[in-house]
Structures are given as structure tokens and as C-alpha cells.
Ligand binder design. Structure first.
Ligand code: AMP
Length: 275
């Protein structure tokens, strides 16, 4: 594995390798969710590039930019074992100049739900993903359905800007009890983790309702609220939308995402299920 810390090193490393490129952008503190993306890329491409960059422009004032979990040495080992060809770990100066051109997320999909709670988050996310897609020259780029809105916006950006790269949507990886893996789970205490399991169990319950024919969104949302109800969970939103992020009054099988965002103590968690 080649470790590239500058753009020049990345380009040099790429120059010596031939074939299709699978790319996985991450913010590090790698877990099995990231690993599943890397393994899929390994199976489907000649070359695998992973980036680790905690992108400051997608964090809002007061969010966890400074405390975001960092495990650089462990991450390097994980990438090596997963047979990554190039690990790109740039510093901020390498990625940004002063007075940069900005990208704005589209109003409808970019400023609802996550975009409403975290204004400009998606602008910053799209900006860094655009840079990384261009730098990696990837044939295929892999993103988790865990960040559903992010995935939909990136797919749209690639289409709108004619970026020659396939965006591959990858399934959510969960622990044995159902908790969606996330680098931010590191912030959860044992008690928090028990509460956090309510996210996936409420989504599974919603799925059962749908299978049994109860498809009205407001009834499903109320049931999810009932399951999540406890002192330590503050619900930010529960939403049922189409795969294109338009609100749905009735679930459409094959075209629905049920999304949840909560605070458990001070930790913000998101989860979703694609129906
Ligand atoms: P992050 O490091 O959190 O920015 O995530 C990097 C990529 O990994 C994003 O495309 C995420 O959607 C994806 N990812 C994070 N957690 C999971 C998970 N539990 N299952 C599948 N993909 C995930």
C-alpha cells in the first residue's frame, strides 16, 4: 500500500497503476461499515483508493470537528490488511486555498432534514467530494446508504456536473444487536448504546407494519416515536420520503426511505431503512 499525504504523491502513485479505480472517501476511525465499502471496491476494481480526511467545511460551528475520533495508525493497518492500493491522507492546506469557489446543495434535497438541522453541511460535503472524485479519477466511488441524503446529493452532483464516475450505493452495516456502525458511536456510553438500539428496532417495527399492509406515513411515524420515547433520546426528525427525498404520505414499496435523527445525550445519531 502506498501512503500519499500530498496531491503530488497521490498522482505519482496513480500514474504507476493501471486499470479501473474504486474509491472510498472517509473521515477515518474506520469500522466494519467502511470496510464493507472497501471490500466491495476491491471485488469490483483493479485499483482501490481510500481517502481519510476530516473535512472542516462540512462541520458547523459548535460541532465535533476538533474532537472527531482519530485513529490514524489503526486505520493504516486496516487499509493495508484490506489490500488498499493507495491511502490518501492529506492535510487541510493540501485540499483548500483561501477564497474558494463554493458549491451549494440544491434547495429541495439539500436543505431539508439533515440540511435543515445542519445548514451548509451538504455544501461543504459536496465541495470535498467533488475535489476527491476529481483527484482520484475514480471509475466507481462507494458510499453508504447510512448517509442516505448525502448519497442522493452526490449522485445528483455527479449527474449535474457530468463527472465521469459511477456512484455505488452500499448497504448499511450494523453490529450484532442492530446498531448502525458509525465513528461517532465511540462517544456513546454503555447506557447510551442500549438506548441507541431503539433506532434500528423502531425501523424494523416500521418495516413489519408495512409488510402487514399499514402504509400510512403518519401512523408509522407515530409508532416509531412511541418506541423511541425515553428521557435520554431527543428526536430531531422522523421522516418518510421517496428515494428522491420527496415526502410520502403513503409508503411506496421500492421507492421509500424511513429516516431518523436523534440526540442521545450529546451524541447525534442517524439511521434509516430503505423499503
Ligand atoms: P464517514 O467516515 O463517516 O464519512 O463515512 C465514509 C463512508 O462510509 C460514507 O459513504 C458512509 O455512508 C459510509 N458508512 C459509514 N458508516 C456506515 C455503515 N454503518 N454501513 C455502511 N456504510 C457506512
Amino acid at each position: 500500500m502506498i501512503l500519499a499525504e500530498t496531491i503530488e504523491e497521490l498522482q505519482k502513485a496513480k500514474h504507476n497503476l493501471k486499470g479501473t479505480i474504486g474509491f472510498i472517501p472517509t473521515m477515518g476511525a474506520l469500522h466494519k461499515g467502511h470496510l464493507s465499502l472497501i471490500q466491495q471496491a476491491r471485488n469490483e476494481n483493479d485499483i482501490v483508493i481510500v481517502s481519510i480526511f476530516v473535512n472542516p467545511t462540512q462541520f458547523l460551528e459548535g460541532e465535533d470537528l476538533d474532537s472527531y475520533p482519530k485513529r490514524e495508525e489503526a486505520d493504516k493497518k486496516i487499509c493495508e490488511i484490506a489490500k488498499v492500493d493507495i491511502l490518501f491522507m492529506p492535510n487541510i492546506g493540501e485540499m483548500y486555498e483561501d477564497d474558494e469557489l463554493n458549491i451549494s446543495a440544491p434547495a429541495i434535497r439539500g436543505y431539508i432534514l439533515e440540511g435543515e438541522r445542519r445548514p451548509k453541511h451538504f455544501d461543504g460535503m459536496l465541495q470535498i467530494v467533488m475535489k476527491l472524485l476529481n483527484l482520484s479519477s475514480s471509475t466507481n466511488a462507494y458510499f453508504g446508504k447510512k448517509d442516505a441524503q448525502q448519497l442522493v446529493l452526490i449522485t445528483r452532483m455527479v449527474k449535474n456536473y457530468f463527472i465521469p464516475c459511477n456512484i455505488i450505493a452500499c448497504d448499511i452495516v450494523r453490529d450484532d444487536l442492530g446498531l448502525a456502525l458509525s465513528s461517532r458511536n465511540a462517544y456513546l456510553s454503555e447506557d447510551d448504546k442500549k438506548e441507541a438500539l431503539k433506532l434500528s428496532s423502531s425501523l424494523y417495527y416500521a418495516t413489519k407494519m408495512i409488510i402487514s399492509g399499514k402504509k400510512e406515513s403518519n401512523i408509522i411515524i407515530q409508532e416509531i416515536k412511541n418506541i423511541l420515547k425515553c428521557d435520554n433520546i431527543k428526536i430531531e426528525y422522523i421522516s418518510i420520503v421517496s428515494r428522491d427525498f420527496k415526502p410520502l404520505e403513503v409508503v411506496e414499496i421500492g421507492n421509500t426511505i424511513i429516516l431518523i435523527a436523534v440526540f442521545i445525550g450529546n451524541t447525534r445519531l442517524i439511521d434509516n431503512i430503505w423499503i
